[in-house]
Design a protein around this ligand. Structure first.
Ligand SMILES: [Zn+2]
Length: 319
């Protein structure tokens, strides 16, 4: 990294259940972590973030900036307008209030954007001028890099890739619309597909993987049965991977990236997920025989991508 601020910086990841803070150097190395439960309202969250930052600065007084990533719609000014999962975020002026509290440069961005920022700078999408980083978790998060820069839109809300409609008659999405990509291809969607298959009597091995409790079935039970070679689970995962690929194809036809990195716990199993996603993707992208096919790869930075990206984004803002 060049410029005056060589770090370290603190990256903060505000999720629905926890706040994770980490001291990160300019190479993206995690030097120290501190984690507390995530309380309800913005006043309580602010108090917890302030405590986490104070603890980390005591150990690392040379910290020069704080970057925050949070699930939700974040404006260019660093106000979190709305988050479906963190109820405290309703027009919360996160950046301005934290900057006053810390006396440091503070950046705030969407959790998927900071994860994409990390993968673009240091991980699976490094060196690409045009890339997409797609996180398959409870929902689907996305960061889109166009011409070397994060796509932000007019207000900062661009890249909400989970919320376009694939099937008007499909399952209800968390946002209240029907058949969005997120409702068909997130980690939660795989669990829902598993429960539906069991309810129709077609998936005895998936049921067995959840110890016979049909209501307890989650995506990980489907994966577990598939890893053991169960045909019902393998069929379901192939269908799920096709759903993932359908959305990727739509986005790739629009943005023409060179690399698509897939993040999220479910896809750590590359053979089970990444490879079939890639096969379906290649099968459907426009003009496959007449274009360079975007590489579909697993993300590299794992669960720390959020805090790493938030910290590096804050360091970059100092330079
Ligand atoms: Zn939606």
């Amino acid at each position: 990294m060049t410029g005056a601020a060589s770090g370290p910086a603190i990256g903060i990841d505000i999720g629905g259940t926890k706040i994770l803070g980490a001291v990160i150097d300019s190479h993206g190395t995690v030097l120290e972590e501190h984690r507390v439960p995530s309380p309800g309202g913005w006043n309580e969250i602010r108090a917890s973030v302030t405590e986490v930052v104070a603890q980390l600065r005591q150990r690392f007084p040379s910290v020069v900036a704080v970057g925050v990533g949070a699930a939700g719609m974040v404006t260019m000014e660093g106000t979190i307008q709305y988050s479906p999962n963190v109820l405290g975020f309703r027009s919360a002026p996160v950046r301005s209030e934290l900057e006053s509290a810390f006396g440091l440069t503070v950046t705030v961005d969407n959790d998927a954007n900071v994860a994409a920022y990390a993968e673009h700078r240091l991980g699976a999408a490094r060196g690409a001028t045009d890339a997409m980083v797609i996180t398959l978790g409870t929902g689907i998060g996305g960061g889109i890099i166009v011409g070397g820069k994060m796509l932000r839109g007019a207000h900062g809300f661009a890249g909400e890739v989970g919320h376009f409609q694939i099937d008007p008659d499909g399952p209800m999405c968390a946002c209240g619309e029907r058949g969005h990509w997120e409702a068909l291809a997130s980690g939660s969607a795989l669990g829902r597909m598993g429960r539906a298959a069991v309810a129709s009597g077609d998936a005895p091995n998936i049921l067995a993987a959840a110890d016979g409790n049909p209501d307890a079935i989650e995506g990980r039970h489907v994966s577990k049965a598939a890893r053991a070679g169960a045909p019902d689970a393998l069929t379901l995962i192939d269908h799920f991977c096709e759903n993932v690929a359908t959305g990727l194809v739509a986005l790739a036809n629009i943005f023409d990236p060179t690399v698509i990195a897939i993040a999220g716990g479910l896809v750590n199993d590359k053979e089970l997920f990444i490879e079939p996603i890639r096969v379906h993707f290649v099968g459907h992208i426009e003009g496959a025989d007449y274009r360079p096919i975007p590489a579909v790869v697993a993300a590299e930075l794992g669960e720390n991508a959020g805090v790493i990206g938030a910290a590096i984004m804050a360091l970059d803002a100092c330079n």
